[in-house]
Write a protein that binds this ligand. Structure first.
Ligand code: 13P
Ligand code: SF4
Length: 306
């Protein structure tokens, strides 16, 4: 395995030199994929990075909506998603058509979409947000009524931080709902000193038991800065690789080993190599949709991190 990986890594690095290429990887990617990436981060940092890269080719190691966001921001670049089937089930819980219907029901509402959404849904939204800036984005709006799609749990978390009226779409992340209250209570018995950090995609009853509610990038920052030596992580377990690598003196405990996003795990070194050899599969957003979606993404990037 080690030898096979070494061979793949060598080939990927040599192909990268053929055309200027940047490898961006989400914090949930397999360890070996994170290790070969030029940049590893949360959804917001990956969008910011894609927006400013000079590279001609972006190999996006994440899920489809992330590669689409890169394509929305960089229409002249080739954005490769090494497995085109790496989707986000939450993003697929709403369509542009269903959103249009809901907008007709609430004509006075400002539409905020979580970045975990398709380009078509972004194109129907006023502004986009990630888990790193959701509250800041909502608070920045001169609007009383917000239609928030598609994550009901992130939406609920925001509603506890704002006075605005939030209308929530009933979407959810199938990976984060696997994290249960019992997991946290059991963990607190075993590690009474541990700080519990969870992602805002978790259920409200799980969030209520946490010390911190953070995006994956926020978790990495928190882990570096905290005095705590034991940190329980309530999100997809791929992030543990990065946390352990960056903080060798601290102990990271996954709140639930069940919190695995199968789509994130579809990206492998083999598929990255194949993508670079074939310059495929490419993710490209049609221009008409791209321009509308870009307006929502640009507004989010102007606001920055929360
Ligand atoms: P972050 O933006 O916090 O990295 O989260 C992305 C995601 O898909 C969480 O499930
Ligand atoms: Fe989508 Fe959940 Fe996977 Fe994130 S962890 S990409 S929200 S399915």
């Amino acid at each position: 395995m080690e030898d096979r990986n070494a061979e793949l890594i060598e080939k990927i690095l040599s192909l990268k030199q053929r055309r200027s290429t940047v490898i961006l990887a989400h914090n949930y990617q397999l360890g070996e994929v994170q290790d070969i990436a030029d940049f590893v981060g949360d959804s917001l940092a990956l969008s910011q990075n894609a927006a400013k890269t000079d590279a001609e080719v972006i190999v996006f190691c994440g899920v489809h909506f992330m590669a689409e966001t890169a394509s929305i921001l960089c229409p002249d670049k080739t954005v490769l998603l090494p497995d085109i089937n790496a989707g986000c089930p939450m993003a697929n819980m709403i369509t542009a058509e269903k959103l249009r219907e809901k907008k007709r029901e609430f004509p006075g509402a400002t539409v905020v979409c979580y970045v975990n959404s398709t380009a078509e849904v972004k194109a129907e939204s006023n502004v986009c947000c990630t888990s790193a800036n959701a509250v800041k984005v909502i608070e920045s709006l001169d609007a009383r009524e917000i239609l928030f799609v598609p994550d009901q749990y992130l939406g609920h978390y925001i509603s506890t931080k704002t006075d605005k009226k939030m209308i929530l779409w009933p979407g959810f992340c199938p990976t984060h709902v696997k994290i249960r209250v019992q997991d946290i209570t059991r963990l607190k018995l075993e590690y009474p000193q541990a700080k519990v950090v969870v992602h805002p995609e978790c259920r409200p009853e799980v969030i209520a038991l946490a010390d911190e509610v953070l995006s994956t990038g926020g978790m990495c920052r928190f882990a570096r800065q905290t005095e705590a030596k034991e940190i329980a992580i309530g999100t997809e377990i791929g992030i543990i690789h990065r946390l352990r690598k960056e903080n060798p003196g601290k102990k990271f405990i996954p709140v639930s080993e069940q919190a695995v996003c199968p789509n994130m795990k579809l990206i492998t070194l083999e598929k990255m190599l194949w993508a670079l050899e074939e310059m495929a599969p490419e993710v490209k957003v049609p221009e008409e949709i791209r321009l509308k979606a870009k307006a929502a993404v640009d507004k989010m990037l102007e606001i920055g991190r929360g």
